[in-house]
Design a protein around this ligand. Structure first.
Ligand code: XMP
Ligand code: MG
Length: 177
């Protein structure tokens, strides 16, 4: 393996490409006649969001938020907004785009945080869904892959800011964390 801390490939580049295209097609169908606003959660979403949007065929726009809740591989439990939206979302159809839904604490917080601004709807799209560690009742409306309880990196996801550039989703060698 060319990256020393990657134990194995969980989801290949080809499988990601195929599944993201399917999700984009589904969203295009579901939002026919609407104009969704994709709200990406930085930084992890950036590759997924870029690929997903290129598979969406309805008019849409995008914005980003930055929240921080994680350091290293374990949750601190606290969610902090460090970059908010700079537009009014009242009446809009929002699709929050996340890299991974883990405990659900981040998305649960974000959903209620944005709901106050009275959008028409909020849905959640995530690349990976790790249901084993869920602590809230949040569910993804669109999820590419359900994954096991392992720390994954690549395709935007990092370990201490590294490995976001991997074209696949890889499992980090637990002995090396
Ligand atoms: P919660 O627990 O709030 O967490 O759903 C969501 C955020 O936690 C990070 N996270 C991971 N990042 N590999 C990563 O690179 C993982 O396996 C992983 N699990 C959780 C991620 O930033 C996500 O937005
Ligand atoms: Mg994230």
């Amino acid at each position: 393996m060319e990256f020393e801390k990657i134990a194995s490939v969980l989801i290949s580049k080809e499988d990601i490409e195929k599944r993201v295209a399917e999700l984009g097609a589904q969203i295009s169908k579901d939002y026919e006649g609407k104009e969704p606003l994709f709200v990406g959660v930085l930084k992890g979403c950036f590759i997924f969001m870029a690929d997903l949007m290129r598979n969406v065929t309805v008019d849409c726009s995008m914005d980003f938020m930055t929240v921080s809740s994680y350091e290293g591989t374990s949750s601190t439990g606290a969610v902090k907004i460090t970059k908010d939206l700079n537009q009014d979302i009242c009446g809009k159809d929002i699709i929050i785009v996340e890299d991974i839904l883990d405990s659900g604490v981040t998305l649960k917080f974000l959903e209620s945080y944005l709901m106050v601004r009275k959008p028409n709807s909020i849905r959640i799209a995530t690349l990976a869904d790790k249901p084993a560690r869920r602590k809230t009742d949040i569910k993804a409306d669109y999820a590419c892959f359900e994954i096991p309880d392992a720390f994954v990196v690549g395709y935007g996801l990092d370990y201490n800011q590294k490995y976001r550039n991997l074209p696949y989703l890889g499992i980090l060698n637990p002995e090396l964390i």
